[in-house]
Design a protein around this ligand. Structure first.
Ligand code: GLU
Length: 475
């Protein structure tokens, strides 16, 4: 059985890199008919953030990414929490202590700091001097009863650890560069490395797909699998996410929280699609994929080695595409809170759908929607050169003509408006820019925007006439 996992530390929000890791684990499991597990790696008691897990689950919910397994919580598949599995790690550490692959270390933080500094000055690659490695076993066991200690893994000094990574092929690390990693901390909690390996094994994880920053940890993990007598899973380390200047994607250069993108009105569909292409390529030049399509197209073979640039402009472009393509009702529902918050009365649902349908063609994120909708609900302010344009005598003649004709019209539909445009040219000789611009400015506040039949279709006959009169009275 193929089983993958997403194993975040609950730091408070889902990072774009986290979304990508989760997505690839999810997609691979779905593609091969396997399972994907969510495991909360919350063994660092100092880094707990209130509400972080609820937040995470909510974000995944919005993104449409689900997980398959975990202890049942109120009938639902909940995530695994490492903090609830301490006895599991205790049992495994006893085995490693017994076999001599792990040892207690009683060095004080002060001593460790001093040794670290001395060794750094002497250019040692590892900060710890293995002071406690050779304590007599009896003494070590006695002191463990009542003295603060950590438990470290013993790293062989003269070995090269080699493993195969699905993305990077053959990888090797020299053990001389690896510190005797702490496995259990003074508070009795396991470190990431130990809990991660124990859980990946006990949960039957077959493929570990995670960010490249964990590559240097992998030799320690390989050794731990060996020490425990377990078969290691397969590894795939995903390339780093980069800013356009190729520095590591970080908060400093913009938003990195998925939630923030959702709040700004990026659509889950666009985020999933864009993020899936960061470090994975489908093998052809196709770019648009729904989540379902990604589930079919994804393969580990398409994972790439080189860093993937997160380009917010490209994401925006893709989001614009989804805004235009997704069902109108879905976009209207997502946009609704923005209208309500701005105090706009959208009780006329037919009009509201028409407004959203027009505005969504002009924006790339939902946050921009009011800029292209307000004018349908409120007479637009006409200023500057636009004012001059419609105060001109020809425009006055034009407005009077349109006002009268609209008054006579029973149904100002597209055909009728097109006919009126022809009539205006025939009777008044007004054409092109001289016809379209004053009307659009008066009705919409800008010479650009929807064509006249659409614009009048949304405003309705009465409102169109009212706006023409209003502009004439101002002139
Ligand atoms: N808890 C680690 C993290 O925060 C998990 C790394 C891994 O997938 O092994 O990303």
């Amino acid at each position: 059985m193929i089983k993958t996992r997403f194993a975040p530390s609950p730091t408070g929000y889902l990072h774009l890199g986290g979304l990508r890791t989760a997505l690839f684990n999810y997609l691979y499991a779905r593609k091969v008919g396997g399972k994907v597990v969510l495991r909360i790696e919350d063994t660092d008691q100092q880094r707990q953030v209130e509400g972080a897990v609820d937040n995470l689950m909510e974000t995944f919910d919005k993104m449409g990414i689900g997980f398959d397994e975990g202890p049942r919580q109120g009938g639902e598949c909940g995530p695994y929490f490492q903090s609830q599995r301490l006895s599991v790690y205790q049992e495994q550490i006893r085995r490693l202590l017994d076999s001599g692959h792990a040892y207690p270390c009683f060095c004080s933080p002060e001593r460790l700091k001093k040794v670290r500094e001395e060794r750094a000055a002497q250019k040692f690659n590892t900060p710890y001097d293995r002071h406690c490695l050779n304590l007599p076993r009896r003494e070590a066991l006695d002191r463990m009863q009542d003295q603060p200690h950590v438990i470290r893994m013993k790293i062989p000094q003269d070995r090269i650890v080699r493993f195969y990574d699905i993305v990077r092929d053959a990888v090797e690390f020299n053990c001389a560069d690896i510190d005797d990693q702490v496995l259990i901390k003074t508070d009795g909690f396991p470190t990431y490395h130990f809990a991660n390996v124990v859980d990946d094994h006990l949960m039957g994880i077959s493929h570990v797909i995670r960010g490249e920053e964990w590559l240097p940890s992998t030799p320690k993990h390989i050794l731990l699998y060996e020490y425990c007598g377990w078969k290691a899973p397969k590894f795939a380390h995903l390339p780093l996410l980069l800013n356009p200047d190729r520095s590591k994607l970080s908060k400093r250069q913009g938003d990195v929280a998925v939630e923030v993108y959702l709040q700004k009105g990026y659509l889950p569909e666009a985020l999933n699609n864009y993020v899936a292409l960061l470090g994975w390529a489908p093998g052809n030049d196709r770019e648009m994929f729904s989540l379902d399509q990604l589930e079919k197209a994804f393969s580990l073979k398409g994972l790439q080695k080189s860093g993937a640039v997160f380009d917010v402009e490209k994401l925006k472009w893709m989001n614009g595409h989804y805004l235009r393509e997704l069902p109108l009702k879905q976009i209207a529902r997502l946009a609704e809170p923005r209208f309500l918050q701005a105090g706009i009365d959208i009780s006329d649902k037919t009009k509201y759908l028409q407004v959203v349908d027009d505005a969504r063609r002009r924006i790339s994120i939902l946050d921009e929607i009011l800029d292209f909708s307000n004018m349908f609900y409120e007479v637009p302010a006409v200023q500057g050169e636009h004012r001059l344009f419609i105060d001109d005598g020809t425009s006055r003649e034009l407005f009077i003509f349109w006002k009268d004709k609209l008054n006579e019209m029973t149904n100002p539909d597209t055909e009728a408006i097109k006919a009126l445009i022809r009539e205006t040219t025939d009777e008044l000789g007004i054409t092109g820019k001289n016809l379209y611009w004053p009307l659009r400015i008066a009705l919409y506040g800008s010479p650009h925007g929807p064509d006249l039949p659409t614009l009048i279709g949304i405003l309705g006959r009465e409102e169109t006439i009212r706006r023409l009169e209003l502009q004439m009275n101002k002139a």
